[in-house]
Design a protein around this ligand. Sequence first.
Ligand code: ADE
Ligand code: ZN
Length: 339
Amino acid sequence: MTALVDFVKGLPKAELHLHIEGTLEPELLLKLAKRNNIELKHASVEELKEAYQFSNLQDFLDIYYAGANVLLQEQDFYDLTWAYLEKIHKQNVKHTEIFFDPETHTSRGIAFKTVLDGITRALKDGEEKLGISNRLIMCFLRHLDEESAFRTLEEALPYKDQIVGVGLDSSEKGNPPAKHQRVFAKAIEEGFLTVAHAGEEGTAKNVRDAVDLLKIFRIDHGNATVNDPELAKELAEKQIPLTICPLSNLSLKVVPKLEDHPLKKLMDLGLLVTVNSDDPAYFGGYINENYIETAKALQLSLEDISTLAKNSFKASLLSQQEKENYYQMIDGYCNQARV
Ligand code: ADE
Ligand code: ZN
């Protein structure tokens, strides 16, 4: 097994599905609570970790939004983002496209600019000091109403140079893509790219609607695609990427066991599948752990793993030349590892 672990560790990768609020490790959460004089329900690392047992997505979201309450100052958002970048630097992630949830913070009276400034200052340092390139995508919380999303979009307009796209996250059940169709149309009109979580706890119909109604260029999760052969065929033909998050799916009981994960089936159907960590502080692993555990459970070959790494760049927003450079880098790495 160490051959697999070493191979994954050395492989250049991009991460395309990562909620920055989901990288809040218990240690940093406690430190920020103390710094900001916030009382917590769970007051130790052990208690927090014990609380991270989820039966479904909503269970997780309740704890995740409560955790985000410790983020108040620009420096808090910087520290959060910087800690994530240091982690992935050690995991050989070269490029990351991260989500943030403005409404989680603006609804608590924190200025949009405070959130954005902290995150982007850390991203700039990550680029300069660690060589990690990035893009930033803001997500609308789909359990909130359309007005909230429109207000958030309005707030983002002065920052088009810093935010490339809009996404859609939070509770999928009861909040289908159609609910946000108008605000996504407006976002596209304003020049933003679009992505959406779909087919995580919801059905393949949500994946279909995210493509047709929200005009997404990439689907976040998309597991349910495996249940609809026509849809799978179309996504494969159009090479619309799926950002799959295996350890998240396991933690939130989207799959009962990793062995049951549809990732390999979707790859075999010709879809552009990528592996990502979603909310690593809550789901027990960053990107390498996701690659390694999935490879073990689904008996992926080293070639499958290198395909997943190449896919991560292919599905990214990097330029074609940058993508080609990473494909070459991965081929060189595989040759040297004799894969
Ligand atoms: N927000 C953070 N993680 C999420 C997930 N896995 N699904 C939906 N919304 C989220
Ligand atoms: Zn997610």
